[in-house]
Write a protein that binds this ligand. Structure first.
Ligand SMILES: *[C@@H]1O[C@H](CO)[C@@H](O)[C@H](O)[C@H]1NC(C)=O
Ligand SMILES: *[C@@H]1O[C@H](CO)[C@@H](O)[C@H](O)[C@H]1NC(C)=O
Ligand SMILES: *[C@@H]1O[C@H](CO)[C@@H](O)[C@H](O)[C@H]1NC(C)=O
Ligand SMILES: *[C@@H]1O[C@H](CO)[C@@H](O)[C@H](O)[C@H]1NC(C)=O
Ligand SMILES: *[C@@H]1O[C@H](CO)[C@@H](O)[C@H](O)[C@H]1NC(C)=O
Ligand SMILES: *[C@@H]1O[C@H](CO)[C@@H](O)[C@H](O)[C@H]1NC(C)=O
Length: 320
């Protein structure tokens, strides 16, 4: 070989070696992530033979020596997920449904950029639905049902433009359902949460059972009170406002009339010197007598109350 050719050969072999070793280290890093997961959550059936390739392990599927699917449903996985699954960078499907996982979804899930299916239903995950989920733009199916998620349903779900399934039922989500604009969405369920307000129009075609167990209104549930017409205020609301204003005006008018009459009669009484003090004493006694009564009665009740507290303290003392 000429020196030039030798040089080319060296460069070529270095490049190909580097390429091979990255492929290897990628599967090695998948393996390390799976082993870290296993030791953190210890399911009853994660009997993976560590001397075999991870692609042969139960629940693991590979494409071109990378883990693309991890399915461990009902495996008795217990506790909190470790920071590890995010290293499965070619993962497309992750199913950890019906285990006993709790705590929050680890933030390294944000690295699962090509994830399409995420099934975490039937665990005890808690906290708010994490923001980083809304960056996983390849998500098609997302099932977080039957967990302990709290907080609101973020309008940022709109970022997940490919979403066709969104299951959030049986959590403790609060607030109202945002006006989601998800063109591919066909399966949706938010039943048995603590949601309120009206159901967005785009979701009106969903099955009625997708909304039950909340305090929601509007199609497909019963219409919301006082919002029968579509464009702005309903006829009833407008009538209410008009009638309310008229009544308010009449009350003000009546008060003004009374005030004027009162002043006229006051002027009359002031003009006769004897009548004025008499009327003021009458007013005083009238106001004082009820005040006396109430002060007495509140005292009585307060003593009664403290007596009751003492009695209760005694009885609880006995219990202890
Ligand atoms: C995940 O990958 C990072 C970066 O390569 C590495 O430092 C970390 O140890 C890996 N974690 C696991 C659990 O394999
Ligand atoms: C694990 O795999 C190795 C190599 O394939 C095999 O020799 C060994 O018997 C396996 N162990 C178990 C417990 O199946
Ligand atoms: C929406 O997705 C893009 C692309 O992944 C991301 O950069 C952006 O932060 C996401 N927006 C929200 C609100 O999460
Ligand atoms: C989840 O919610 C259920 C019922 O609301 C409750 O019994 C359970 O303790 C909660 N679990 C966690 C981990 O918060
Ligand atoms: C929604 O979830 C509830 C509770 O799990 C279930 O009873 C109902 O059939 C579901 N409805 C739809 C449309 O998925
Ligand atoms: C509508 O009003 C009626 C009577 O005031 C009440 O019983 C009902 O719960 C209300 N419905 C909604 C969805 O607020």
């Amino acid at each position: 070989m000429k020196p030039d050719e030798q040089w080319l050969f060296v460069v070529f072999s270095v490049i190909s070696l580097a390429f091979l070793s990255t492929v290897d280290s990628d599967l090695a890093s998948d393996r390390a992530a799976l082993v870290a997961l296993r030791s953190a959550v210890r399911g009853r059936t994660l009997l993976w033979n560590l001397s075999d390739s991870p692609c042969t392990w139960v629940g693991v599927s590979c494409v071109q020596d990378r883990v693309t699917v991890l399915r461990l449903p009902g495996m008795g996985l217990l506790g909190q997920l470790p920071v590890a699954i995010g290293n499965l960078s070619q993962l497309q499907t992750l199913s950890l449904r019906y285990n006993a996982l709790r705590g929050s979804i680890p933030s390294d899930f944000a690295q699962l950029s090509i994830l399409r299916n995420l099934y975490l239903q039937g665990n005890q995950f808690s906290g708010e639905i994490p923001e980083f989920l809304f960056t996983l733009q390849n998500l098609v199916r997302l099932n977080l049902a039957d967990n302990n998620f709290t907080g609101t349903i973020s309008p940022k779900f709109d970022n997940l433009t490919r979403l066709d399934t969104l299951y959030l039922e049986d959590n403790s989500l609060t607030g109202s359902i945002p006006e989601l604009d998800l063109p591919a969405l066909v399966r949706f369920n938010v039943s048995n949460n603590k949601l309120n307000g009206s159901i967005p129009k785009r979701l009106a075609t969903m099955n009625i059972s997708a909304f039950q167990g909340n305090t929601l209104c509007g199609a497909p549930l019963a219409p919301c009170n006082g919002t029968k017409s579509d464009n702005g205020l309903s006829g009833g609301a407008i009538a209410g406002i008009v009638i309310g204003s008229v009544i308010g005006f009449l009350i003000v008018l009546a008060l003004l009339l009374c005030f004027c009459r009162g002043r006229k009669s006051a002027n009359k009484t002031i003009s006769s010197k004897d009548a004025a003090p008499a009327s003021s004493t009458v007013i005083q006694t009238e106001t004082e007598i009820p005040r006396e009564k109430t002060s007495v009665s509140t005292e009585n009740t307060s003593t009664d109350f403290s007596g009751a507290v003492k009695a209760e303290a005694k009885s609880s003392g006995h219990k202890n």
